[in-house]
Design a protein around this ligand. Structure first.
Ligand SMILES: Nc1ncnc2c1ncn2[C@@H]1O[C@H](COP(=O)(O)OP(=O)(O)OP(=O)(O)O)[C@@H](O)[C@H]1O
Ligand SMILES: [Mg+2]
Length: 513
């Protein structure tokens, strides 16, 4: 029997138990282990552990080993209560003859306590966090050696219990944070003001449909179009409509990246590559599980293009100075306002990378090709801006609408947004008037003529612009009557309908025929 063991072997047993305790992270199993081993080492029938509640009012213990039923005591009650209050150990030779003993515990557990050794469990500051009780020594009474052994076990047990509690708390905390994070991201998904794609032009509607259709697919998407036409917005919409929505969306502006930093930014770096360099994950790793948005990809150097192509092919990254490749699960979306076909011709862009990226190609439309949509778009943007500014939205006067519709918008929707934001600030009445816009826009409104060749835009754009405007004017002149308008323009009715569709002009008066 263990209680008959020589002292050196008891010491060895204590060390073994301590080691086991320190590798046990589950609080309940840890308590079972301490109780079981304590009783065995002292040659006693059983042992129990009482822990003090957070508020210090209650002591709890399991009814029996392996059971999950709990016994609750007032923190001053019984031998355990006395040990915790005084922080001193107690030996009881005859439990039922001791007034401090609380028989309720025996009644609950159906066990009869005869004698007992109880020592406090204390934290690192010496405060009691519970009591460790050894019950019914099989032979003789608890002696000095028993006390020493129990104290040693209690000291290790207290530390292990605190560690286990701390880990449990951290785990709960992590689960809560992850939950919170997921919910926030889900909310952000579509609802974030300023982050929905507005517009009812057929081209924008088609774009919205495409985003819905390809969001779920894991394919790479290339977005091209002029500056300010919503490429960034589309990339985010794709991510938040995809199953990856709750994982990171990481954007990297390739144009803003000096050649020397490309690799560090994309692939990360191992500690100690150069003095003072800390270990850092690259964008590919940070986007793991989510989406990596490579913005302005047309501005990447050929050597950086080659490196990205390799990651896309192998789905692995290697940190600079690192030896093991790290697998990455990332959906790539790329955008550029450059003409990549032309860049390929000039050997500035790799054709193989182009085909890798271009699985799905989304093209944005310049605002000047959606003029019919400008009034509606402007009103919606105004509402959004007003909400952002926490002010009521102003209305656009007919003259102001006219000014917006006749401008060429080199900066596209971004520029329109900025004009409206400016007007919201400078307008004095309830209406936005042309004079509330910037000079560039006012100049265009005054001339109110089709933009001349000085605009620097292509001939095709200008022809389309002219045609669109002629059709709009004719429709207005003929009270939206398609038959009359077609005749006035020398077109067939179907020819006019095709053009109305093409330019997104609303044929809202079909019924007046
Ligand atoms: N269809 C749209 N509906 C609502 N807002 C839009 C739309 N298109 C663009 N915007 C807004 O216009 C601004 C510019 O858009 P974004 O940054 O996405 O353009 P971009 O194509 O990435 O431009 P750049 O090439 O200059 O980076 C943003 O504030 C965006 O919210
Ligand atoms: Mg952009």
């Amino acid at each position: 029997m263990l209680s008959q063991l020589p002292a050196s072997e008891k010491l060895a047993a204590i060390l073994r138990i301590s080691q086991r305790m320190n590798s046990e992270r589950d609080l309940h199993q840890l308590l079972d282990l301490v109780a079981e081993e304590g009783a065995r080492l002292l040659g006693a029938e059983r042992a129990s552990i009482f822990l003090l509640s957070e508020d210090g009012r209650e002591l709890t213990s399991k009814v029996a080993l392996g059971s999950s039923e709990m016994i609750r005591l007032d923190s001053k009650q019984g031998i355990a209560g006395t040990v915790v209050s005084t922080c001193e150990e107690i030996v009881v030779d005859d439990a039922y003859g001791d007034t401090r003993f609380y028989q309720g515990v025996d009644e609950r557990s159906g066990y009869r306590t005869k004698n007992m050794l109880a020592v406090p469990l204390t934290d690192l500051d010496g405060r009691a966090i519970g009591a460790f009780e050894i019950l019914n020594k099989r032979e003789g009474i608890f002696d000095e050696e028993d006390k020493q052994i129990t104290r040693a076990l209690a000291a290790s047990a207290a530390i292990a219990i605190q560690t286990a509690k701390f880990i449990l708390e951290l785990q709960r905390h992590r689960v809560r944070l992850e939950d919170e994070n997921r919910n926030l991201l889900r909310e952000l998904g579509g609802k974030l003001p300023g982050k929905t794609i507005l517009g009812s032009h057929p081209k924008i509607e088609e774009l919205r449909r495409m985003i819905e259709r390809v969001a779920d697919a894991e394919v790479t998407v290339l977005i091209t179009g002029e500056s300010g036409t919503g490429k960034d917005l589309i990339a985010r919409s794709l991510h938040f409509a995809s199953p990856r929505a709750a994982r990171p969306f990481v954007a990297l502006n390739c144009a803003a990246l000096p050649e020397t930093l490309v690799e560090t930014e994309l692939f990360g770096v191992e500690k100690g590559v150069a003095t003072g360099v800390d270990r850092r994950a690259g964008k590919f790793e940070s986007a793991h599980g989510g989406t990596l948005f490579l913005d302005e990809i047309g501005d990447l150097s050929l050597s950086a293009q080659a490196k990205i192509l390799r990651v896309l092919q192998e789905r692995m990254v290697e940190r600079i100075g690192g030896r093991t490749p790290i697998p990455v699960d990332v959906r790539v979306i790329a955008a550029t306002n450059k003409d990549l076909a032309e860049a390929i011709q000039k050997n500035l862009f790799r054709e193989d990378l182009y085909y890798r990226l271009n699985v799905i190609h989304l093209k944005t439309t310049p605002l000047r090709q959606m003029t019919a949509d400008i009034p509606a778009l402007a009103s919606m943007l105004l509402l959004r801006i007003a909400e952002e500014m926490r002010r009521p939205a102003l209305a656009l006067s007919p003259a102001a609408l006219n000014a917006l519709a006749s401008y060429r918008w080199p900066g596209n929707i971004r520029q329109l947004e900025n004009e409206l934001r400016r007007a919201m600030v400078v307008a004095r009445g309830q209406m936005i008037e042309p004079e509330d816009f910037s000079e560039a826009l006012q100049g265009a409104a005054e001339s109110a003529a089709p933009a001349g060749p000085a605009s620097g835009k292509g001939l095709q754009d200008e022809i389309e612009e002219l045609e669109r405007r002629r059709i709009q004017e004719a429709m207005a002149r003929h009270g939206q009557n398609q038959q009359k308008t077609a005749r006035a323009l020398g077109l067939s009715r179907q020819g006019l309908i095709n053009k109305l569709k093409r330019y997104g002009i609303k044929a809202n008066a079909a019924e007046d025929e």
